[in-house]
Design a protein. Sequence first.
Length: 114
Amino acid sequence: VQLQASGGGLVQAGTSLRLSCAASGRNFMGFHMGWYRQAPGKERELLAQISWGGNAHYGDSGEGRFTVSRDSAENTVTLQMNSLKPEDTAVYYCRWVVAGYDYWGQGTLVTVSS
């Protein structure tokens, strides 16, 4: 199983970025997907989750400026991030989970300059 996250980079504050996570290597039917991030010196935090059925839930840091979506046919999940701030600088991780199985991507670095 491989989760490949992409889309990170260096951007200026106020701009947008779209992260993608593509999963491969098994049947992912029924899996729920999520995006997390970890800033230097901080714990990993939940940004957004989306269920197999498409119901989205946002953590405190993801509410308002971030939007999660998924393409179950393509086994991809995306995170649209708008109005980025320097405090959004972190490594962003995707996660795919179902009962008994928990997969994490390798992380993609997002750096927001002021």
